[in-house]
Design a protein around this ligand. Structure first.
Ligand code: EZ4
Ligand code: CO
Length: 402
Protein backbone atom coordinates (compact mmCIF):
# COMPACT_ATOMS: atom_id res chain seq x y z
CA UNK A 1 0.00 0.00 0.00
CA UNK A 2 1.96 2.98 -1.32
CA UNK A 3 1.50 6.55 -0.12
CA UNK A 4 0.56 8.63 -3.17
CA UNK A 5 -0.41 11.95 -1.61
CA UNK A 6 -0.68 13.71 1.74
CA UNK A 7 -2.25 17.06 2.55
CA UNK A 8 -2.66 19.33 5.54
CA UNK A 9 -6.14 20.66 6.26
CA UNK A 10 -6.38 23.74 8.48
CA UNK A 11 -9.87 24.65 9.65
CA UNK A 12 -11.43 26.85 12.33
CA UNK A 13 -14.96 25.71 13.18
CA UNK A 14 -14.89 27.91 16.31
CA UNK A 15 -11.25 27.03 17.04
CA UNK A 16 -8.25 25.99 14.91
CA UNK A 17 -7.51 22.39 14.00
CA UNK A 18 -4.71 21.00 11.83
CA UNK A 19 -5.35 17.61 10.25
CA UNK A 20 -3.15 15.43 8.05
CA UNK A 21 -4.77 13.25 5.41
CA UNK A 22 -2.66 10.51 3.79
CA UNK A 23 -3.87 8.86 0.58
CA UNK A 24 -2.70 5.57 -0.92
CA UNK A 25 -2.73 3.66 -4.20
CA UNK A 26 -5.28 1.27 -2.67
CA UNK A 27 -7.88 4.05 -2.56
CA UNK A 28 -7.76 4.15 1.26
CA UNK A 29 -7.03 7.31 3.23
CA UNK A 30 -5.98 7.87 6.85
CA UNK A 31 -6.27 10.87 9.20
CA UNK A 32 -4.02 12.24 11.93
CA UNK A 33 -4.46 15.21 14.27
CA UNK A 34 -1.61 17.78 14.23
CA UNK A 35 -3.17 20.55 16.34
CA UNK A 36 -0.83 22.48 18.67
CA UNK A 37 -2.90 25.16 20.36
CA UNK A 38 -1.73 28.69 19.59
CA UNK A 39 1.11 27.40 17.36
CA UNK A 40 -0.92 25.68 14.64
CA UNK A 41 0.82 26.93 11.50
CA UNK A 42 4.28 25.91 12.73
CA UNK A 43 3.17 22.26 12.68
CA UNK A 44 1.37 22.72 9.36
CA UNK A 45 4.60 24.06 7.82
CA UNK A 46 6.70 21.28 9.40
CA UNK A 47 4.40 18.72 7.78
CA UNK A 48 4.11 20.37 4.38
CA UNK A 49 7.72 21.36 3.95
CA UNK A 50 9.64 18.70 5.86
CA UNK A 51 7.63 15.48 6.28
CA UNK A 52 5.19 15.07 3.40
CA UNK A 53 7.90 15.10 0.68
CA UNK A 54 9.60 12.17 2.49
CA UNK A 55 6.39 10.12 2.64
CA UNK A 56 5.44 9.91 -1.03
CA UNK A 57 6.11 6.45 -2.45
CA UNK A 58 6.67 4.75 0.95
CA UNK A 59 4.83 1.63 2.08
CA UNK A 60 2.10 2.87 4.43
CA UNK A 61 2.27 -0.42 6.36
CA UNK A 62 5.81 0.29 7.63
CA UNK A 63 4.64 2.39 10.57
CA UNK A 64 7.59 1.76 12.89
CA UNK A 65 10.20 2.35 10.21
CA UNK A 66 8.54 5.59 9.12
CA UNK A 67 8.35 6.74 12.76
CA UNK A 68 12.08 6.07 13.23
CA UNK A 69 12.86 7.74 9.90
CA UNK A 70 11.05 10.92 10.91
CA UNK A 71 12.39 10.95 14.50
CA UNK A 72 16.01 9.74 14.27
CA UNK A 73 16.35 10.68 10.64
CA UNK A 74 15.66 14.37 11.27
CA UNK A 75 18.76 14.71 13.52
CA UNK A 76 16.74 17.33 15.50
CA UNK A 77 14.67 15.33 17.97
CA UNK A 78 11.70 15.97 20.25
CA UNK A 79 9.82 19.21 20.92
CA UNK A 80 6.09 19.91 20.52
CA UNK A 81 6.19 20.99 16.86
CA UNK A 82 8.23 18.00 15.68
CA UNK A 83 6.36 15.45 17.78
CA UNK A 84 2.90 16.74 16.80
CA UNK A 85 3.87 16.48 13.13
CA UNK A 86 5.23 12.93 13.60
CA UNK A 87 2.10 12.08 15.59
CA UNK A 88 -0.12 13.14 12.70
CA UNK A 89 1.72 10.87 10.28
CA UNK A 90 1.73 7.97 12.74
CA UNK A 91 -1.98 8.30 13.58
CA UNK A 92 -2.92 8.44 9.89
CA UNK A 93 -0.83 5.32 9.21
CA UNK A 94 -2.49 3.35 12.05
CA UNK A 95 -5.86 4.49 10.71
CA UNK A 96 -4.86 3.20 7.28
CA UNK A 97 -3.54 -0.13 8.57
CA UNK A 98 -6.74 -0.78 10.50
CA UNK A 99 -8.88 0.16 7.50
CA UNK A 100 -6.81 -2.16 5.31
CA UNK A 101 -7.32 -4.94 7.88
CA UNK A 102 -11.04 -4.16 8.07
CA UNK A 103 -10.80 -3.82 11.87
CA UNK A 104 -11.33 -1.13 14.47
CA UNK A 105 -7.90 0.11 15.58
CA UNK A 106 -8.15 -1.30 19.11
CA UNK A 107 -8.09 -4.82 17.62
CA UNK A 108 -4.64 -4.18 16.14
CA UNK A 109 -3.42 -2.87 19.50
CA UNK A 110 -4.24 -6.11 21.29
CA UNK A 111 -8.02 -6.10 21.46
CA UNK A 112 -10.52 -4.96 24.04
CA UNK A 113 -9.38 -4.80 27.68
CA UNK A 114 -12.48 -2.99 28.99
CA UNK A 115 -16.08 -2.22 28.13
CA UNK A 116 -15.68 1.54 27.89
CA UNK A 117 -13.28 4.40 28.55
CA UNK A 118 -14.13 6.34 31.71
CA UNK A 119 -14.00 10.07 31.05
CA UNK A 120 -14.05 13.17 33.22
CA UNK A 121 -15.88 16.38 32.41
CA UNK A 122 -15.12 19.97 33.40
CA UNK A 123 -17.30 21.65 36.00
CA UNK A 124 -16.52 25.29 36.67
CA UNK A 125 -18.17 28.29 38.23
CA UNK A 126 -17.50 31.85 39.35
CA UNK A 127 -17.76 30.73 42.97
CA UNK A 128 -18.01 27.52 44.98
CA UNK A 129 -21.81 27.36 44.87
CA UNK A 130 -21.91 27.71 41.09
CA UNK A 131 -19.15 25.11 40.68
CA UNK A 132 -21.04 22.67 42.92
CA UNK A 133 -24.17 23.12 40.80
CA UNK A 134 -22.09 22.42 37.70
CA UNK A 135 -20.68 19.24 39.29
CA UNK A 136 -24.26 18.16 39.90
CA UNK A 137 -25.13 18.80 36.25
CA UNK A 138 -22.24 16.55 35.12
CA UNK A 139 -23.27 13.82 37.53
CA UNK A 140 -26.82 14.04 36.17
CA UNK A 141 -25.41 13.59 32.65
CA UNK A 142 -23.94 10.31 33.87
CA UNK A 143 -20.31 11.28 34.45
CA UNK A 144 -18.43 9.14 36.97
CA UNK A 145 -15.56 11.62 37.24
CA UNK A 146 -15.63 15.42 37.27
CA UNK A 147 -12.90 18.05 37.35
CA UNK A 148 -13.84 21.04 39.50
CA UNK A 149 -12.41 24.58 39.12
CA UNK A 150 -13.70 27.71 40.80
CA UNK A 151 -13.25 31.45 40.64
CA UNK A 152 -11.11 32.84 43.48
CA UNK A 153 -12.24 35.83 45.58
CA UNK A 154 -10.07 38.86 44.79
CA UNK A 155 -8.88 37.50 41.42
CA UNK A 156 -10.52 38.77 38.21
CA UNK A 157 -9.99 35.46 36.38
CA UNK A 158 -8.35 32.09 36.79
CA UNK A 159 -7.58 29.02 34.74
CA UNK A 160 -10.52 26.73 34.03
CA UNK A 161 -13.36 29.17 34.74
CA UNK A 162 -15.29 30.61 31.83
CA UNK A 163 -18.65 32.07 30.86
CA UNK A 164 -19.35 29.23 28.44
CA UNK A 165 -19.86 26.24 30.71
CA UNK A 166 -19.75 23.44 28.16
CA UNK A 167 -17.02 24.59 25.75
CA UNK A 168 -14.23 26.23 27.77
CA UNK A 169 -11.79 27.72 25.29
CA UNK A 170 -8.71 29.45 26.66
CA UNK A 171 -7.19 30.46 23.29
CA UNK A 172 -9.47 33.47 23.23
CA UNK A 173 -7.74 36.38 21.49
CA UNK A 174 -5.63 37.37 18.47
CA UNK A 175 -2.94 38.53 20.92
CA UNK A 176 -2.38 36.92 24.36
CA UNK A 177 -4.79 38.03 27.09
CA UNK A 178 -3.05 38.97 30.36
CA UNK A 179 -4.27 37.39 33.62
CA UNK A 180 -3.24 38.18 37.21
CA UNK A 181 -2.43 35.46 39.71
CA UNK A 182 -2.20 35.26 43.50
CA UNK A 183 -0.97 32.00 44.98
CA UNK A 184 -2.05 33.10 48.48
CA UNK A 185 -5.66 33.74 47.45
CA UNK A 186 -5.81 30.48 45.52
CA UNK A 187 -4.37 28.30 48.32
CA UNK A 188 -6.72 29.82 50.86
CA UNK A 189 -9.79 29.03 48.75
CA UNK A 190 -9.45 25.73 46.88
CA UNK A 191 -9.64 23.30 49.85
CA UNK A 192 -13.05 24.84 50.73
CA UNK A 193 -14.35 23.90 47.28
CA UNK A 194 -13.60 20.21 47.82
CA UNK A 195 -14.94 20.28 51.36
CA UNK A 196 -18.27 21.56 49.98
CA UNK A 197 -18.28 19.04 47.11
CA UNK A 198 -17.66 16.05 49.38
CA UNK A 199 -20.32 17.22 51.82
CA UNK A 200 -22.85 17.55 49.02
CA UNK A 201 -21.97 14.57 46.81
CA UNK A 202 -20.29 12.14 49.21
CA UNK A 203 -17.28 10.01 48.28
CA UNK A 204 -18.90 8.24 45.29
CA UNK A 205 -17.94 10.49 42.36
CA UNK A 206 -14.31 10.84 41.35
CA UNK A 207 -13.21 14.47 41.76
CA UNK A 208 -10.20 16.01 40.01
CA UNK A 209 -8.50 19.40 40.05
CA UNK A 210 -6.04 21.15 37.70
CA UNK A 211 -3.52 23.57 39.27
CA UNK A 212 -2.24 24.38 35.76
CA UNK A 213 1.44 24.72 36.73
CA UNK A 214 0.92 27.66 39.08
CA UNK A 215 2.50 26.54 42.36
CA UNK A 216 6.06 26.01 43.51
CA UNK A 217 6.88 22.46 44.70
CA UNK A 218 6.48 23.28 48.41
CA UNK A 219 3.19 25.12 47.76
CA UNK A 220 1.99 22.12 45.75
CA UNK A 221 2.90 19.84 48.65
CA UNK A 222 0.88 22.06 50.99
CA UNK A 223 -2.17 21.94 48.71
CA UNK A 224 -1.89 18.16 48.26
CA UNK A 225 -1.84 17.77 52.04
CA UNK A 226 -4.79 20.11 52.56
CA UNK A 227 -6.84 18.15 50.00
CA UNK A 228 -6.11 14.71 51.49
CA UNK A 229 -9.37 14.42 53.48
CA UNK A 230 -11.34 15.03 50.27
CA UNK A 231 -9.75 12.09 48.40
CA UNK A 232 -9.10 13.54 44.96
CA UNK A 233 -8.79 11.18 42.00
CA UNK A 234 -5.88 13.42 41.04
CA UNK A 235 -4.22 16.79 41.44
CA UNK A 236 -2.97 17.88 38.03
CA UNK A 237 0.10 19.87 36.98
CA UNK A 238 0.78 21.02 40.53
CA UNK A 239 4.07 22.61 39.45
CA UNK A 240 5.86 22.92 36.08
CA UNK A 241 7.68 19.67 35.33
CA UNK A 242 10.67 20.53 33.17
CA UNK A 243 12.71 19.64 36.23
CA UNK A 244 11.16 16.27 36.98
CA UNK A 245 13.12 15.93 40.24
CA UNK A 246 10.96 18.72 41.72
CA UNK A 247 8.22 16.16 42.20
CA UNK A 248 10.29 14.29 44.80
CA UNK A 249 9.53 17.08 47.24
CA UNK A 250 5.78 17.03 46.57
CA UNK A 251 5.70 13.26 46.83
CA UNK A 252 7.45 13.25 50.21
CA UNK A 253 4.68 15.35 51.70
CA UNK A 254 1.37 14.11 50.32
CA UNK A 255 -0.60 11.00 49.34
CA UNK A 256 -2.92 12.99 47.04
CA UNK A 257 -2.51 11.26 43.64
CA UNK A 258 -0.62 13.34 41.07
CA UNK A 259 -1.10 13.72 37.31
CA UNK A 260 1.35 15.39 34.95
CA UNK A 261 2.29 15.51 31.28
CA UNK A 262 -0.18 17.26 28.99
CA UNK A 263 2.67 19.41 27.65
CA UNK A 264 5.15 16.51 27.36
CA UNK A 265 6.20 15.23 23.95
CA UNK A 266 8.26 12.10 24.55
CA UNK A 267 9.01 9.33 27.00
CA UNK A 268 12.13 11.23 27.98
CA UNK A 269 9.99 14.04 29.46
CA UNK A 270 8.36 11.59 31.86
CA UNK A 271 11.15 9.07 32.46
CA UNK A 272 12.21 10.08 35.97
CA UNK A 273 8.66 10.87 37.10
CA UNK A 274 7.54 7.40 36.09
CA UNK A 275 10.64 5.45 37.09
CA UNK A 276 10.64 6.86 40.63
CA UNK A 277 6.83 6.63 40.85
CA UNK A 278 6.62 10.34 41.59
CA UNK A 279 3.27 10.52 39.79
CA UNK A 280 0.20 8.30 39.47
CA UNK A 281 -1.14 9.31 36.05
CA UNK A 282 0.67 10.36 32.90
CA UNK A 283 -1.23 12.78 30.64
CA UNK A 284 0.69 12.57 27.37
CA UNK A 285 -1.51 12.37 24.27
CA UNK A 286 -1.58 10.83 20.83
CA UNK A 287 -1.24 14.23 19.12
CA UNK A 288 1.50 15.84 21.23
CA UNK A 289 3.59 12.77 22.05
CA UNK A 290 4.43 11.15 18.74
CA UNK A 291 1.25 9.28 17.87
CA UNK A 292 -0.03 5.81 18.73
CA UNK A 293 3.44 4.29 18.29
CA UNK A 294 5.15 6.48 20.86
CA UNK A 295 2.22 6.85 23.26
CA UNK A 296 1.95 3.07 23.46
CA UNK A 297 5.64 2.97 24.35
CA UNK A 298 5.00 5.49 27.15
CA UNK A 299 1.98 3.47 28.35
CA UNK A 300 4.01 0.25 28.49
CA UNK A 301 6.84 1.94 30.38
CA UNK A 302 4.33 3.50 32.79
CA UNK A 303 2.66 0.12 33.35
CA UNK A 304 5.93 -1.29 34.67
CA UNK A 305 5.87 1.38 37.37
CA UNK A 306 2.19 1.31 38.33
CA UNK A 307 1.52 4.59 36.58
CA UNK A 308 -1.74 4.76 34.64
CA UNK A 309 -2.74 6.72 31.55
CA UNK A 310 -4.88 9.83 31.97
CA UNK A 311 -4.70 11.41 28.50
CA UNK A 312 -5.27 15.11 27.96
CA UNK A 313 -8.52 15.69 26.06
CA UNK A 314 -9.27 19.41 25.97
CA UNK A 315 -11.18 20.94 23.03
CA UNK A 316 -7.94 21.94 21.31
CA UNK A 317 -7.21 18.26 20.66
CA UNK A 318 -9.35 17.39 17.66
CA UNK A 319 -11.92 14.58 17.41
CA UNK A 320 -9.26 12.70 15.38
CA UNK A 321 -6.99 12.64 18.45
CA UNK A 322 -9.92 11.65 20.67
CA UNK A 323 -10.88 8.77 18.38
CA UNK A 324 -7.31 7.43 18.28
CA UNK A 325 -6.94 7.88 22.02
CA UNK A 326 -10.11 5.89 22.73
CA UNK A 327 -8.80 2.93 20.75
CA UNK A 328 -5.51 2.95 22.65
CA UNK A 329 -7.31 3.38 25.98
CA UNK A 330 -9.59 0.44 25.13
CA UNK A 331 -6.63 -1.87 24.57
CA UNK A 332 -3.92 -1.02 27.15
CA UNK A 333 -3.77 -2.68 30.59
CA UNK A 334 -2.99 0.49 32.57
CA UNK A 335 -5.82 2.81 31.64
CA UNK A 336 -6.86 5.34 34.30
CA UNK A 337 -9.19 7.99 32.89
CA UNK A 338 -9.58 10.09 29.73
CA UNK A 339 -10.28 13.82 29.83
CA UNK A 340 -13.34 14.70 27.74
CA UNK A 341 -14.26 18.28 26.95
CA UNK A 342 -17.02 18.15 24.40
CA UNK A 343 -16.49 19.78 21.02
CA UNK A 344 -19.01 22.24 19.60
CA UNK A 345 -21.64 21.14 17.08
CA UNK A 346 -19.65 22.95 14.32
CA UNK A 347 -16.53 20.93 15.13
CA UNK A 348 -18.44 17.66 15.35
CA UNK A 349 -19.95 18.37 11.92
CA UNK A 350 -16.48 18.92 10.38
CA UNK A 351 -15.23 15.70 12.00
CA UNK A 352 -17.96 13.02 11.77
CA UNK A 353 -17.06 10.30 14.27
CA UNK A 354 -18.00 6.92 15.54
CA UNK A 355 -17.32 7.40 19.28
CA UNK A 356 -20.27 7.74 21.64
CA UNK A 357 -20.77 8.76 25.28
CA UNK A 358 -22.92 6.64 27.55
CA UNK A 359 -23.04 6.17 31.33
CA UNK A 360 -19.84 8.09 32.03
CA UNK A 361 -17.78 6.27 29.42
CA UNK A 362 -16.79 6.84 25.80
CA UNK A 363 -16.93 3.95 23.34
CA UNK A 364 -14.68 4.05 20.27
CA UNK A 365 -17.05 2.26 17.89
CA UNK A 366 -16.33 -0.63 15.53
CA UNK A 367 -15.85 0.86 12.07
CA UNK A 368 -12.45 0.01 10.57
CA UNK A 369 -9.70 2.49 11.51
CA UNK A 370 -9.96 5.01 14.37
CA UNK A 371 -13.49 5.93 13.32
CA UNK A 372 -13.04 9.68 12.75
CA UNK A 373 -13.40 11.35 9.36
CA UNK A 374 -13.17 14.90 8.02
CA UNK A 375 -15.71 16.68 5.83
CA UNK A 376 -13.28 18.68 3.69
CA UNK A 377 -15.91 20.86 2.06
CA UNK A 378 -17.28 21.88 5.42
CA UNK A 379 -13.74 22.39 6.77
CA UNK A 380 -13.02 24.79 3.91
CA UNK A 381 -15.85 27.05 5.09
CA UNK A 382 -13.89 27.92 8.26
CA UNK A 383 -10.58 29.67 7.49
CA UNK A 384 -7.74 29.79 10.05
CA UNK A 385 -7.94 32.53 12.68
CA UNK A 386 -4.88 33.35 14.75
CA UNK A 387 -5.56 32.74 18.44
CA UNK A 388 -3.28 32.75 21.47
CA UNK A 389 -3.40 31.17 24.91
CA UNK A 390 -3.30 33.77 27.73
CA UNK A 391 -0.23 34.75 29.73
CA UNK A 392 -0.24 35.04 33.49
CA UNK A 393 1.44 37.57 35.80
CA UNK A 394 1.81 37.86 39.55
CA UNK A 395 0.16 40.90 41.11
CA UNK A 396 3.49 42.81 41.01
CA UNK A 397 3.79 42.22 37.23
CA UNK A 398 6.23 39.29 37.28
CA UNK A 399 5.55 36.91 34.41
CA UNK A 400 4.30 33.60 35.83
CA UNK A 401 3.10 30.25 34.48
CA UNK A 402 -0.31 30.27 32.82
O1 EZ4 B 1 -4.95 24.41 29.21
O2 EZ4 B 1 -5.50 22.32 26.39
O3 EZ4 B 1 -6.36 19.80 31.50
N1 EZ4 B 1 -6.55 20.52 30.57
C1 EZ4 B 1 -5.89 21.64 30.32
C2 EZ4 B 1 -6.24 22.39 29.05
C3 EZ4 B 1 -5.06 23.20 28.52
C4 EZ4 B 1 -5.26 23.51 27.08
C5 EZ4 B 1 -4.04 24.22 26.48
O4 EZ4 B 1 -4.13 24.29 25.10
O5 EZ4 B 1 -5.04 22.00 31.09
O6 EZ4 B 1 -7.36 23.20 29.26
CO1 CO C 1 -4.49 20.43 32.44
Amino acid sequence: MKITEARVIVTCPGRNFVTLKILTDQGLSGLGDATLNGRELAVAAYLTEHLIPCLIGRDAHQIEDIWQYLYRGAYWRRGPVTMSAIAAVDTALWDLKAKAAGMPLYQLLGGRSRNGVMVYGHANGRDIAETADEVQRYLEMGYLAVRAQTGIPGMASTYGVSGDKMFYEPADASLPTENLWSTEKYLAHVPKLFEVLRERFGHGPHLLHDVHHRLTPIEAARLGKALEPHHLFWLEDATPAENQANFRLIRQHTVTPLAVGEVFNTLWDCKLLVEEQLIDYIRTTVVHAGGITHLRRIADFAALHNVRMGCHGATDLSPVCMGASLHLNTAIPNFGVQEYMRHTAETDAVFPHDYRFSNGRLHPGDTPGHGVDIDEQRAAQYPYQRAFLPVNRLEDGTLWNW
